[in-house]
Design a protein around this ligand. Structure first.
Ligand SMILES: Nc1ncnc2c1ncn2[C@@H]1O[C@H](COP(=O)(O)OP(=O)(O)O)[C@@H](O)[C@H]1O
Ligand SMILES: [Mg+2]
Length: 334
């Protein structure tokens, strides 16, 4: 469900299957969602739930045909990216869609200055002079709040702090003014104050540049300040989707309920143990025919173990994949 009238990105029934030595695994299994122009969509779930595979499938970063297969459609401005040639995808990456990854240090080349890397990116995609590209690089660093960008543009990645490197990565990703920006856990390796600054920066850039943004995080708390809508993923499925305020007011899926309960609040006392969802995300090879969450769910019944529920619309803005959606009482919920 898109709140915006015009969808910038529409993913329809995406399935990404890897061939591994131990057989095939479908890491993203029938995922559909859309992001409106200028909207910030959050994607949340624990590690291993398929968030990065979803984003890297959109960018078509796994393109070795023999090792990965995609099914479904990824419509970007109405055109299916799964039907684009590698050459066309090269153009779309950077100009149309760009992405920052979790680990900025390993994504930047240690042998080149930050400016050289941004300039290379610009010159790959745009017919501009080197001089203009250097000016844009400096301006992009300024836009991301890097102090003294005219000096920092010549710095090497190791000369910058973690927060600065992440800003430099964002500057590089935005240098060609993409219409859609994917931030895959952009602050995981950073401390909390820098995390908050980077999130503020993402909101500011969204407002200034009007890009559609997909923000991936394992921290549901982060989406409250940043996103309009959120998708909760579990083991390759969307288990809940809706407006952020609706999801927090009335989470419907036991997994969402668990994620909300585990966010520390102002009332959390020092030393108090935070709530934890029992167990861990199982391997994809352990997926059984029932609900994927049932091994960790406090409310699971025989029906849950036997039958995988569908994702269904609960109301006009919220969808959920649970046989008992809306039947868990508010006190049980949070
Ligand atoms: N290239 C790959 N080959 C096989 N399995 C993969 C590959 N990349 C990811 N996976 C599997 O897909 C699942 C989802 O991974 P991922 O999307 O990285 O999770 P996360 O939600 O933490 O970003 C995991 O079980 C992971 O092991
Ligand atoms: Mg990931």
């Amino acid at each position: 469900m898109c709140l915006e009238k015009e969808a910038l990105l529409e993913v329809r029934n995406l399935k990404t299957t890897f061939k591994t030595l131990r057989g095939q695994v479908t890491a993203v299994d029938g995922v559909s969602f859309c992001v409106g122009k200028g909207e910030i969509l959050g994607i949340v779930g624990e590690s291993g739930c398929g968030k990065s595979v979803t984003s890297q499938s959109i960018m078509r970063l796994y393109d070795e045909k023999q090792l990965v297969s995609y099914e479904g459609e990824i419509l970007f401005e109405g055109e299916d990216l799964l039907r684009k040639s590698s050459k066309e995808m090269e153009h779309i990456r950077g100009m149309g869609i760009s992405m920052v990854f979790q680990d900025a240090l390993s994504s930047l080349n240690p042998l080149y200055s930050v400016g050289e890397q941004i300039v290379e990116m610009i010159c790959c995609h745009k017919a501009v002079s080197k001089k203009q590209a250097w000016k844009t690089a400096e301006n992009m660093l300024r836009l991301t709040g890097i102090p003294a960008p005219e000096e920092r543009v010549h710095a090497y990645p190791h000369e910058l702090s973690g927060g600065m490197r992440q800003r430099a990565m964002i500057a590089m990703a935005l240098a060609c003014e993409p219409k859609f920006f994917i931030a895959d856990e952009p602050t995981t390796a950073l401390d909390v104050t820098i995390q908050a600054q980077i999130m503020d920066l993402i909101i500011e850039l969204n407002q200034k540049l009007g890009m559609g943004i997909m923000l991936i995080t394992h921290d549901l708390g982060v989406v409250t300040q940043t996103c309009q809508r959120v998708i909760i993923m579990y083991l390759g499925h969307i288990v809940e989707e809706g407006r952020v305020e609706d999801i927090f007011d009335r989470p419907l899926h036991p997994y969402t309920i668990g994620l909300i309960k585990s966010i520390p609040t102002m009332n959390t006392k020092k030393g108090e143990k935070l709530y934890m969802i029992k167990g861990t995300v199982p391997a994809l090879s352990e997926v059984t025919k029932g609900c994927r969450f049932c091994s960790r769910c406090d409310y699971a019944t025989d029906k849950c173990r036997a039958e995988d529920p569908e994702l269904v619309a609960f109301n006009e803005s919220q969808s959920v994949r649970c046989h008992y959606a809306g039947k868990l009482t508010r006190t049980e919920a949070v």
